[in-house]
Every structure is written in C-alpha cells, then in structure tokens.
Design a protein around this ligand. Structure first.
Ligand code: NAG
Ligand code: NAG
Length: 299
C-alpha cells in the first residue's frame, strides 16, 4: 500500500480488491486498494463536512483537507454558518481528529472590503471548493461562492463570492481574493454583481482559476488571477457564444493540453442551450481568448 489514503479512492475507481497495473509508454503505476481498513474522518453534524476534499503534504506531513460549507466557525463565532475548512493528519492520528483551520477572517459579521464593499459572511459557504497547487510546497485555494457585498443592501445584495489562498504550512496569513468586486458597481445580475466566484476553482502553476457562473445574468465567466503579477486576466465575453443562464464557470480545470508551453483553461457551461457547452481558453496579453469549444449533444 502506498499509504492509508488508498481506500478513499474506492468510490472513484469502483475497483474491488483488484491489483491492477496501468501501463503506458511513458509511465507505469500500480497499487492495491485496501477496502477492509478505510480511514474515516468525520466532522460536525449537518455541516456538509466532505463537500470538498483534497490531499496535502508539507514538511513530511500528509493531510486530508476537508471543506464543511455549512459549519459554524470557532474563529468567527458571531457569523452565522459561514462554513469552515478542516485539516486532518493522515498518519500519527489514531483518534482521526480533524481541526478547523484559522483562515484569518476574524470575527466581525460585517467588515469593510473596499470603497463600496461591505462584507456579509453569513451562509457564505466557505469550503464549497478546494484546490491545491501541484508542487512540493503547494498552496491551497478555498472559496465561499455565497459571500455577499451588502454595501448597497437597500437596493441590491451582491453575492460576489470570496476565495482565500492558504500558505503550504496551513498557518499564518491568507491572501483574500474577491475577483468580482469593483468599486461603484452596484447592479445585481449585470456584469459581476451576482458572480458567485469560487463555486469551482483550480490552481495552474502561478495562476488561480475561479469559475463565476452568476456573471452577466448567469451567462457566467471565468476569473484568472496571476499570483506573481497580482493581477487578473479578463475574458472577452464577445468571444463566447453568450447565453443567459448558461452558468459558465460552474466547473473549471486547467492543464497543458494543446502544447507543453501553453496553459489551457477549461470551463463548463452546463446549462448552455439546455445541453451544455465546454470552452477552452488561453492567455493572450491581459485577456483570455477562446481556443476551443464543444457542445453537448443531448437536450
Ligand atoms: C450553527 O449555529 C446556529 C446558531 O447557533 C445553529 O442554529 C446551527 O444549527 C449551527 N450549525 C451547525 C451545522 O452546527
Ligand atoms: C504572471 O505574471 C508574471 C509577472 O508579470 C509573468 O512573468 C508571467 O508570464 C505571468 N504568467 C502567465 C501564465 O501569464
């Protein structure tokens, strides 16, 4: 057995007690799946503990990171069910204990987040999505797509969505991202008013990709942040076959699909024309441009 994580893969592979070997020209993997001795971690009742999950390793310690988007947070006890992210050590943890991570969000139910930004964290669903940078000292992304800006609450409550970038040590300061907030933008639905960024997210080297399915009256969009330059790339909405209620950004992934030097960012629009659509974008200057699209075949 490579480690005790293997049983967690069971439901994904559907492989029963089988020793199997995958061979390809360039690489070979093989492992057993131990179905008799699963490692089970659990969290608070009704917290949706396990809604998102990933493996993390740092400094010779292996962890399972778990999102519980309906949990109450011990670090933000005056916020109503903001959700929480837990870390569970895989080895040397006989009690299978998981501890909540301090994302440094504080305990204020309302906080200023910009010139025309007042945060409301109640029911923000922190931990709805988790992603890890694929490298030895990988950072972690944790998002709360229902985070709201209530600055214009007399007219509109703006569910922009919020993400935190967490350091590989799982401690210390986290970097906040509110990719859809712009000063003085105030309309619900229009542009990024109800963008709900972070319902899906992925890391790709120095880029953080966040799906934002509520933008432009639920046409949706993709937000890409470059950690090195501290700036965002914007998708030219004219380059896509824009339909309201397509939910572009409901799922995202990224990789070097077209060539080893190109970063390709894929995003799903599951409600596009009732059958769904997938787009692939690449970076061109400060923009994301479409390089591929495929439509669903069945309505
Ligand atoms: C969070 O706290 C509220 C208020 O105390 C409570 O009603 C709710 O059930 C708690 N949620 C969970 C998941 O424990
Ligand atoms: C991110 O920004 C850095 C610094 O401006 C730049 O060198 C790098 O090419 C950018 N990364 C991508 C993938 O565009």
């Amino acid at each position: 057995l490579p480690d005790r994580m293997a049983p967690l893969l069971r439901h994904r592979t559907g492989v029963q007690n089988v020793f199997y070997v995958c061979l390809s020209i360039s690489l070979a993997y093989s492992y057993n799946i131990d179905l008799q001795h699963p490692v089970v971690f659990s969290g608070p009742d009704s917290s949706f503990f396990g809604y998102s999950v990933l493996e993390h390793y740092h400094d010779n310690t292996r962890w399972v990171i778990v999102g519980a988007p309906r949990a109450n947070s011990s670090y933000s006890s005056s916020v109503l069910s903001p959700g929480a992210v837990y870390k569970c050590r895989i080895h040397s943890n006989p009690e299978r204990r998981c501890t909540e991570m301090d994302l440094g969000r504080g305990n204020k139910p309302r906080e200023t987040c910009g010139k025309t930004c007042q945060a409301d964290r109640d029911d923000e669903w922190m931990g709805v999505s988790l992603a890890r940078q694929d490298r030895a000292d990988g950072k972690i992304l944790a998002c709360a797509h229902r985070w709201k800006n209530v600055y214009y609450a007399s007219e509109y409550i703006l569910p922009h969505g919020y993400c935190s970038i967490i350091s590989p040590t799982l401690q210390g300061r986290t970097k906040p991202l509110i990719p859809c907030y712009e000063d003085y933008k105030q309309k619900y639905g229009e542009e990024h008013g109800s963008c709900q960024a972070g319902i899906a997210g992925v890391f790709m080297e120095e880029l953080v990709v966040m799906g934002a399915p509520g933008s432009y009256y639920w046409t949706g969009t993709v937000k890409v942040y470059n950690m090195t330059s501290d700036s965002f790339y914007s998708l030219n909405q004219d380059s896509i076959d824009s339909h309201r209620y397509s939910y572009l950004g409901y799922a995202v992934t990224a990789g070097h699909f077209s060539s080893p030097n190109v970063i390709d960012i894929a995003a799903g629009a599951p409600q596009h024309s009732g059958s769904g659509k997938v787009y692939i974008f690449k970076i061109d200057g400060v923009s994301l441009v479409k390089s591929f699209q495929a439509s669903g075949k069945m309505v």
